[in-house]
Ligand binder design. Sequence first.
Ligand SMILES: [Zn+2]
Length: 105
Amino acid sequence: MVQDGEHVSSLESQTVAAHSAYVEALAAWEKVVHMASCPICRPEGLTDKDHERRCDSAELEKERRRIAFRDLCDELGYVPEGHGIRLRTSACPTDSCVRGGSDDA
Ligand SMILES: [Zn+2]
């Protein structure tokens, strides 16, 4: 078997891209879920049914990307690090509604 360095590095960049796509989908899903319980973030006129549908499709997308990322990691043999991968923080304008809002001092 021949080790193809270029193949490995392009696989690694694919994996990094798949990871950031997954992180994006994860953030989008968390945001959709958050909207259901947050009076500030919840869009006006959003029905429970609409919300449920949005949650379902966001979760499906998140799972799809997670599996794609995991498969690439399996193929690569390790989880790539140090490529600016980081989780985005919540986009909620009132941070307190995410954390429970208990520190009111
Ligand atoms: Zn909120």
